[in-house]
Design a protein around this ligand. Structure first.
Ligand code: PPE
Length: 319
């Protein structure tokens, strides 16, 4: 596909342009990938999804940690008792096809499986096999370029992250994101870039779409797995940081511990590594993007862009 016809980047308020979408096994133009208004997932949030990035590398586009993302998609399906009509190999192949068909050098990839229109009423099972689509589009920085340069401003949300016996927070379920959307809208209405969500006991859980790290001295702390998503970027950054010689500790932390941190940052597929400058109107450290944070961000960006052969196993090339 020529660069002129290539779908343009999306995000923020601009209309989504995803070009060719893999829709229940076929590549179709975005306008033709349509569902019924009686779709179960539209009524009840019964969908599961992934967010994956592919980056331009010296050897062509490469998908970052594709197998881990697909594995999490199938784990989410298991939690929701979705019957997936495709194997993980077929999904991996379809993701590669979408990138190739749209001619992307780098993109954000969104596989989505949902309960369709065979049954309404809260229980979708057993007559509603999952439908599947994979869309991809060009997506720049998640919280804006300025947030990456100067650090993002966070506020603690009045919405708590749901407890483990309320929603399956380790599964990437569409309905879970009502909580994230409420928190994100609240933060942005208050003039902040992003929300920090606490768990019901008041301990730090995660951002609306990111995991949280902070630093004191040379020790890097990461929020332990409790009610947060087991982020793949979180795992990657822990590995990279340890390889760079940082001591990394998984902790339960309170918001005032974050106020006292020297540096703080958020990680996620979309957010990559984004520095935090302010939390609840308090400067974190100097109130600028932290030095260690930016060193870790640069190391992460090198890895995803295929500039560090040590992590080659994390890349799936789109040939
Ligand atoms: N917590 C939440 C709640 C979350 O949604 C994400 C990803 C993470 C942590 C980080 O996970 P990982 O991507 O595996 O490192 N959020 C996705 C959705 C963003 C969106 O706005 O949509 C993402 O980054 O793709």
């Amino acid at each position: 596909m020529s660069t002129e016809t290539k779908p343009k980047s999306v995000g923020g308020d601009s209309k989504m342009k995803a070009g060719l979408i893999w829709f229940n096994g076929q590549l179709v133009p975005q306008e033709e990938a349509k569902v019924s208004v009686l779709t179960h997932a539209l009524h009840y949030g019964t969908s599961i999804f992934e967010g994956i990035r592919a980056y331009e590398t010296p050897k062509g586009p490469a998908i970052f940690r594709l197998h881990e993302h697909t594995e999490r998609l199938f784990h989410s399906a298991k939690v929701m008792m979705f019957e997936m009509p495709y194997t993980s190999e077929q999904i991996n192949q379809a993701i590669v096809e979408v990138i190739r068909a749209n001619g992307y050098k780098s993109c954000y990839i969104r596989p989505l499986a949902w309960m369709g229109a065979n049954t309404l009423g809260v229980n979708p099972l057993p007559n509603n096999p999952a439908e599947v689509m994979i869309a991809a589009w060009e997506w720049g920085t998640y919280l804006g370029d300025e947030a990456v340069r100067k650090g993002a401003r966070l506020i603690t949300s009045s919405w708590a992250r749901f407890p483990a016996n309320v929603m399956p927070g380790k599964a990437k379920v569409g309905g879970n994101y009502v909580n994230s959307a409420l928190a994100r809208v609240e933060a942005q209405q208050a003039g902040a870039d992003e929300a920090l969500l606490l768990d019901k006991e008041g301990f730090v859980a995660e951002g609306s779409g990111e995991n949280i790290f902070f630093l004191r001295g040379n020790t890097l702390y990461v929020i332990e797995h409790s009610v947060n998503l087991m982020g793949i970027t979180r795992d990657s950054v822990i590995t990279i940081a340890r390889d760079l010689g940082y001591e990394v500790r998984e902790v339960r932390a309170t918001r005032d511990q974050l106020y006292m941190a020297d540096e703080m940052f958020m990680v996620g597929t979309a957010a990559e590594v984004t520095p935090i400058s302010y939390l609840d109107h308090r400067a974190i450290g100097t109130g600028k993007a932290g030095e260690h944070t930016m060193k870790l961000r640069a190391a992460y960006m090198d890895v995803v862009q295929g500039k560090n052969p040590k992590y080659e196993a994390w890349l799936t090339y789109v040939k």
